[in-house]
Design a protein around this ligand. Structure first.
Ligand code: MRU
Length: 340
């Protein structure tokens, strides 16, 4: 329960490092790691020790502030500009990363000419605002999402869009975590989410910690569960939402939406407006991250599961077409994809 009340990323008590929960070690071990060097920050995002779209953004904002503490006054602009570009290159799909870095760069440009200490203080304040705004958005999203459910409903979720991926209540998982807080009974079905098992390792863990009783399924069992009438809604988070409502989220989200449409199950995307990227007209403008094939063949198994050298394709995200999405829920309310 402890980590649900704790932020997955935050400033260290002395304010000189960023502390994160290493999500690769969950659910068996909760380890807090402190970083203050650029390369360690980059690797934390790249390796998914810090993951989940809003969480990556909050982490990046704190990182910019911490790096400013170790940068000489005259070099603040140039060093932080290149640090932002470096961190932005760690993962391409979640817009929250570039959104947070853009916001931090704006603070820098707007404070040019002021004493360095004031500029650092403004960076710290902006990072904390980005964090607080996500906490508030998650609360509101959870409330709107829960209004779409009734006691006893079955809800499928994919990947992890809970406290670990955001702040506190999460997005896709918010209605479930809020229901638990209010004592409303729901039946969560959790896709294990191959290949990195964010569903099995993180979502099942969070839901159990919150006092719900999740049922874990393999990703290829979702259509079966729907065909049995066990599911009343699908609720997922998002990494980037295009202007037309097309949504990038963890690989497998799109096939879940296709199955939901076939079985007449409403498909809800829950995300803060900072995840909406109007510069992408459609999902075709969103860059999909490709990761190492060894994640498919070698992770979580005692021995490789496939012949040595077999070719793999490992896209980390896919695009759910807006026509498959029933509603998009943000901190501002419940919208049809075209109303965004
Ligand atoms: O590769 P990950 O684990 O960072 O992917 C995360 C997801 O796809 C989440 O569903 C998404 O970021 C929404 S989190 C609120």
């Amino acid at each position: 329960m402890e980590y649900l009340d704790t932020d997955p990323v935050r400033l260290s008590p002395d304010g000189k490092a960023v502390v994160y929960i290493d999500q690769r070690l969950l659910p068996h071990k909760t380890e807090h790691i402190s970083v203050y060097k650029a390369e360690d920050m980059y690797n934390a995002i790249k390796t998914l020790a810090v993951r989940g779209a809003p969480c990556i953004g909050i982490f990046a904002a704190y990182c910019v502030y911490v790096i400013s503490l170790y940068t000489a006054d005259p070099a603040l602009d140039s060093e932080l500009e290149s640090f932002c570009a470096y961190l932005d290159s760690s993962r391409p799909t979640a817009v929250n990363l570039s959104y947070a870095l853009f916001e931090m760069k704006k603070v820098l440009s707007e404070s040019r000419g002021l004493p360095a200490e004031i500029r650092r203080e403004r960076l710290r304040r902006r990072a904390q605002e980005i964090h607080q705004s996500d906490i508030d958005s998650c609360e509101r999203i959870a409330g709107f999402g829960l209004s779409l459910l009734k006691a006893g409903d079955g809800v499928i979720t994919h990947c992890n869009a809970g406290a670990l991926a955001t702040s506190r209540l999460g997005t896709g998982l918010g209605p479930l975590l809020l229901a638990a807080r209010k004592g409303i009974e729901l039946h969560p079905y959790v896709d294990e989410t191959r290949p990195l098992l964010q569903g099995a390792r993180l979502t099942a863990f969070e839901l159990k910690q919150a006092g719900l009783e999740p049922t874990l399924i393999c990703d290829n069992m979702a259509a079966y569960v729907m065909s049995q009438g066990l599911v009343d809604a699908v609720m997922i988070g998002a990494d980037r939402i295009a202007a037309n409502g097309d949504t990038a989220n963890k690989i497998g989200s799109s096939q879940l939406a296709i199955a939901a449409k076939y079985y007449g199950v409403p498909f809800y995307v829950l995300a803060p407006t900072s995840t909406v990227d109007k510069s992408c007209k459609t999902g075709r403008d969103i860059k999909i991250e490709l990761r190492e094939g060894d994640e498919i063949k070698k992770m979580f198994f005692e021995a490789p599961t496939a012949p040595e050298g077999v070719k793999c394709l490992n896209p980390a995200f896919d695009i759910t077409d807006h026509t498959l999405i029933t509603k998009i829920i943000t901190e501002n309310g419940i919208f049809s994809p075209k109303e965004l």
